[in-house]
Design a protein around this ligand. Structure first.
Ligand SMILES: Cc1cc2nc3c(=O)[nH]c(=O)nc-3n(C[C@H](O)[C@H](O)[C@H](O)COP(=O)(O)OP(=O)(O)OC[C@H]3O[C@@H](n4cnc5c(N)ncnc54)[C@H](O)[C@@H]3O)c2cc1C
Ligand code: FES
Length: 276
């Protein structure tokens, strides 16, 4: 992180592409030497504040563990995110990061891994998948369970073939509701989880999606025999500072920005029940 964690590094948009309806993936080139050096510090699960000068900043999870650029995926929801969607390649942006904790990829080594991604929640899981595929021998069997409300909202479709064909990897995808071109699974991700029923032996699960989905995905995992110590997730909250100073993102005594956003199931169970 920068000496002054509230000062964004200056960057420019090196690439922008739509990865699902209403979701754009931004490739950001950090132009200051300190900013360029910060790229090497990012780990899967961490996040950064991306700013549009004159509009404001918002936090986004690291969306890639590959390539020369910082990649962040943005769903157009409100003021900052719509301003980001209006930017074009070459436009200046600011970046504060990396922030927060990360998925314990070293601890996960040697385990089978089940990835459970719902909607835009798939974005922060993409670097986890990249890390496993790019260091394939370090990890056991990989099961990717992927879902969205509809086919046009599926994230990372251009990587599906790579995931399907990767060694010791199985990939399953479902949508809540199909369309005339969809011939795959239909139903909630919890249904897919029960159908695939991944082995619990020496396995770690990594889940991301809306809070309600994480809650029910955890219940299904417990039904399948996973223990709280096997289940990881990453959470979102409204944030201001991102560095544990303002108290905006508290979850009980914890701050999601510094104690998270990555948590084990037993750390977030009660918090998730608040969304029911
Ligand atoms: C650690 C972290 C990682 C995130 N990763 C991503 C990501 O990879 N991609 C992405 O698109 N978004 C991500 N978000 C959410 C993103 O930060 C918000 O969507 C963004 O702040 C909205 O800003 P805005 O000014 O456009 O919206 P606003 O104008 O502030 O709000 C628009 C609407 O979105 C709601 N909203 C705003 N922020 C949040 C939030 N954090 N959670 C739920 N609802 C919210 C508001 O209540 C309102 O209804 C992440 C948030 C956190 C904390
Ligand atoms: S966003 Fe300020 S304490 Fe977490």
């Amino acid at each position: 992180m920068a000496a002054n964690p509230m000062r964004p590094y200056v960057g420019r948009l090196a690439g922008v592409r739509e990865v699902a309806t209403g979701v754009k993936l931004f490739q950001i080139e950090l132009t200051e030497p300190e900013g360029q050096a910060s790229l090497a510090e990012y780990k899967p699960g961490q996040f950064a504040f991306l700013s549009v000068f004159g509009a404001g900043e918002a936090p986004f999870g690291l969306a890639s563990a590959r390539g020369p650029y910082l990649e962040l995926g943005v769903s157009a929801l409100g003021h900052v995110t719509n301003s980001l969607h209006a930017l074009e390649v070459g436009d200046p942006v600011g970046v504060r990061g990396p922030l927060g904790n990360w998925f314990p990829m070293d601890q996960i080594k040697g385990h089978d891994v089940v990835i459970i991604g719902g909607g835009i929640g798939g974005l922060p899981l993409r670097p986890v998948i990249h890390t496993i595929l790019d260091h394939r021998a370090d990890y056991g069997h990989l099961t990717i369970l992927w879902a969205a409300r509809s086919p046009d909202l599926l994230i990372a479709t251009d990587e599906f073939d790579e995931w399907r064909n990767a060694p010791d990897t199985e990939f399953h995808v479902t949508v809540d509701q199909g369309d005339e071109n969809w011939s795959g699974n239909v139903g909630l991700i919890t249904k897919l989880m029960e159908e695939v029923a991944p082995s619990t032996q020496n396995t770690i699960t990594v889940t991301c999606g809306p809070p309600i989905m994480i809650h029910f995905a955890f219940l299904t995992q417990q039904k399948l025999g996973f223990t709280p110590e096997q289940m990881l997730t990453t959470l979102e909250a409204r944030m201001h500072c991102g560095i544990g100073k303002c108290g905006r993102c508290n979850m009980g005594e914890k701050f999601i920005c510094v104690d998270g956003p990555v948590f084990w199931q037993y750390e977030v169970k009660e918090f998730l029940e608040g969304f029911l």
